[in-house]
Write a protein that binds this ligand. Structure first.
Ligand code: ADP
Ligand code: NI
Length: 216
């Protein structure tokens, strides 16, 4: 039964996000699911079924991938109408998904251990080599520059500024990606974040060297 729900949910997510070119494609979702189940096993806590379904659905209502916040919510709730999932689980999964988004660093209280695990899993996929690739894919698709040294880095910003303000993909490292290591909830994710953080730091160092022609 549970297995069937997972397979049905995988199919739904593949059909919704499969072709997304902003780094929120099916393979992102699949990595988040795998990361989340790994953390759950290592930490020996959380309900693996809730974690897996929440990980699979976590980007479905994302406002970036929908017309509006309301349209995203509607997409998730209409999917729930098509499957036999107890209301308690449905509410828990919805709450997890709504609470884990970064939104410019504004912290929302995470209500459950499952939410903490899915958030860490999603954040692990935003850093390291994969994180670098995703940031430039997102930036390209949204039409922003790779880098523009004349734009100031925004340390503090509202959700609106975070989504709409002028920025570049290199700026996104300072606005979000480099901060994630210290925001991890679980020890397992904290450990995994160390080498991924190192990778981003080395990448940025080399990037500026080449930008300034210091290696010529
Ligand atoms: P959340 O949905 O948790 O708020 P984001 O909106 O930051 O997270 O989006 C998730 C991923 O999309 C990021 O990890 C990053 O790879 C990419 N992304 C989002 N905003 C930008 C941006 N301005 N520049 C480059 N990449 C971005
Ligand atoms: Ni995600």
């Amino acid at each position: 039964m549970k297995n069937e729900l997972i397979v049905t949910t995988e199919k739904f997510v593949r059909s919704e996000l499969g072709e997304d070119a902003t780094g929120h494609d099916w393979y992102h979702v699949d990595r988040v699911r795998r990361n989340a189940l790994h953390i759950c096993k290592k930490e020996m806590t959380g309900d693996p079924f809730i974690i897996e379904i929440a990980a699979l659905l976590h980007d479905i209502p994302d406002e970036k991938l929908n017309e509006s916040v309301a349209a995203g919510r509607a997409k998730l709730s209409s999917y729930f109408q098509t499957i036999a999932l107890p209301e308690k689980d449905r509410n828990h999964i919805t709450e997890i998904i709504e609470s884990i988004s970064y939104k410019g660093g504004k912290r929302t209280a995470l209500l459950s251990v499952e939410a903490k695990i899915v958030q860490d899993a999603d954040r692990l996929d935003a850093i390291g080599a994969i994180g670098i690739a995703r940031a430039f894919a997102y930036g390209g698709k949204k039409g922003q520059l790779i880098y523009d040294p004349s734009i100031a880095v925004r340390e503090e910003m509202t959700v609106e500024e975070y989504r709409k303000g002028k920025s570049t993909s290199i700026h996104h490292f300072y606005e979000k990606l480099l901060k994630l290591k210290d925001l991890m909830n679980t020890n397992t994710a904290k450990k995994l974040a160390v080498s991924r953080q190192q990778m981003m730091a080395e990448f940025l160092e080399q990037f500026y060297q080449e930008w300034d022609g210091q290696d010529l």
